[in-house]
Design a protein around this ligand. Structure first.
Ligand code: FAD
Length: 291
């Protein structure tokens, strides 16, 4: 099923993100975790892709398994910045052969040490080029892309970031999933600005339940997200008590999702990080709301 079909539905729903194993030995445990999440019957599941391509095979294996054995629509991620055109074309052919219908077209993070390198000879510099490559592949993919309510860390200003986002949508991106955020007002401001800029595709807000005090620094560093005082207090108070932090983090994420639903969002994407217990707890908290 193409996700754009799903987004036409007004029914409130959750989708979950999982990531593939980095090694052969971890495959079975990751597969089991993703199956537990699939049993929750989310609207769809997305499967991330290692920036260096190391987990590319597993992205497809996990996505195929979820779709074939649990009937859950999947979204397979693909990055391009550290790949050659030849490799990307191979990956696209693999996706086509695997019957993948939905692809998240991403640039990927610039590999460490190459942040200031001359990029002029790179085959791909931005996600928009991957969107075009996917469109030109002849496969009828439904293509998604990433967006940043608090602007992408490399962008000079939001106006420029939104200008390039519009270019990505015009190239064939049919929906956008957001980077994590902890203050919903940032999303509402962003939605206003992108709609004003003429971006009309569905926006799927991404919510990261912080369930472990050690996760905070990494999550904030990776995303550059603003931490509201309410969230900081919660981490200060419970960050060193694992069970309490988990409960508080799930409650905070649930609260964010309820507010998003109350303000007209219909599908929220949860960065469930291969944690079926966290995905299940959030879904249980929302059982009557999701209906
Ligand atoms: P782009 O859309 O290319 O944007 C990157 C920067 O370049 C922005 O500052 C943008 O304004 C600028 N830009 C865009 N186009 C142009 C242009 N034509 N000229 C000049 N500047 C331009 N990473 C992974 O490795 N694997 C994953 O599976 C993965 N999944 C993700 C899922 C989501 C929902 C999100 C939000 C991020 C994900 N990432 C993933 C991280 C992502 O790869 C990084 O955030 C990366 O730094 C940017 O990727 P992008 O596709 O947004 O890039």
């Amino acid at each position: 099923m193409k996700l754009t079909e799903l987004f036409k539905d007004d029914k409130l729903s959750l989708s979950f993100e999982v990531f593939p194993p980095k090694t052969d030995t971890a495959f079975e445990s990751v597969k089991l975790a993703t199956e537990e999440i699939a049993k929750l019957r989310p609207s769809f599941m997305s499967v991330t892709y290692g920036a260096g391509g190391g987990t590319s095979k597993y992205t497809l294996d996990i996505a195929k398994n979820i779709k074939a054995n649990y009937g859950v629509p999947t979204l397979a991620h693909l990055t391009c910045v550290s790949s050659t055109r030849e490799t990307v074309r191979e990956r696209i052919a693999d996706m086509k052969a695997a019957g993948i219908e939905n692809v998240m077209a991403l640039r990927g993070d610039i590999p460490a040490g190459l942040e200031n390198a001359d990029r002029s000879h790179w085959d791909y510099k931005h996600a928009v080029e991957l969107v075009r490559e996917l469109r030109e592949s002849g496969a009828d993919f439904c293509i998604g892309g990433a967006c940043y309510p608090e602007i992408h860390p490399e962008s000079i200003c939001q106006k420029e970031d939104i200008k390039y986002l519009k270019e990505k949508v015009d190239a064939g991106c049919e929906f956008l999933t957001t980077q994590m955020f902890f203050d919903n007002n940032l999303l509402y401001n962003f939605l206003y600005k992108i709609r004003e800029a003429g971006i009309t595709v569905p926006i799927i807000p991404g919510i990261m339940p912080i369930t472990n005090g050690n996760q905070v620094d990494r999550a904030i560093k990776l995303s550059g997200s603003f931490m509201p005082q309410r969230f900081k207090s919660l981490v200060d108070k419970f960050g060193t008590t694992p069970a309490a932090m988990k409960q508080a983090g799930i409650a905070y994420a649930t609260d964010q999702i309820i507010d998003l639903f109350a303000n007209g969002i219909t599908n929220v994407h949860v960065y469930s990080m291969n944690k079926p217990d966290v995905a299940e707890a959030i879904q249980r908290n929302l059982s009557d709301i999701l209906g």
